[in-house]
Design a protein around this ligand. Structure first.
Ligand SMILES: [Zn+2]
Length: 185
């Protein structure tokens, strides 16, 4: 299959993926009919969020147009899970209302940085390989009380500040030992 044929086939697959109910809205602002994508995060985006992703840098998000760019099989395969599955992972711990289409770009920018750069709300994924126990590091955290379940109030300004308290550094001091050097000869 020539690269041209591969690209045409992949464009058809992408159009099919965009017809899925999971991909009818932008993964970040819920704008209808996304036609852009972040291939490393596997999310379909509206044109505005695609621009914001691009401004984050390619080390954070690799942006492609579904219609204008050339796609390889591998890039298309990264998109197969779709927006719903990706957001279940990236927003697993999100307890604040998401910005919407009408939110200012600065708010979407803050949201995307928290979501993809700092991965503030990322949950564990079932698709990931289990982590070997030897590589698990245990952090000492301040006791966290579960957030009270309050009705979702639409706020004017949302601060995408870390929801978790900072890791508390517990400094353990070794007990001092009296130097009793009684050398008797
Ligand atoms: Zn969007």
């Amino acid at each position: 299959m020539s690269s041209k044929e591969e690209n045409l086939k992949n464009k058809r697959i992408l159009q099919e993926l965009l017809k899925s109910p999971d991909n009818k809205e932008c993964a970040d602002c819920n704008a209808k009919g996304p036609s852009w994508a972040s291939i490393n995060h596997g999310v379909f985006l509206c044109i505005r969020c695609a621009g914001i992703h691009r401004s984050l840098g390619t080390h954070i998000s690799k942006v492609r147009s579904v219609t204008l760019d050339v796609w390889t099989d591998e890039q298309v395969n990264n998109m197969r899970a779709g927006n719903r599955v990706a957001n279940e992972m990236y927003e697993a711990k999100l307890r604040q209302p998401k910005p919407t289409e009408s939110a200012p770009a600065s708010m979407i920018d803050q949201f995307c940085r928290a979501k993809y750069e700092r991965m503030l709300w990322k949950g564990d994924t079932a698709t990931k390989q289990p982590v070997p126990a030897s590589s698990i590091t245990i952090e000492t955290r301040a006791p966290t009380t579960p957030p009270p379940t309050k009705p979702q109030v639409q706020q004017k300004q949302i601060e995408w500040a870390p929801a978790q308290p900072d890791t508390v550094q517990v400094i353990q001091q070794a007990p001092k030992r009296e130097s009793t050097s009684n050398f008797t000869h």
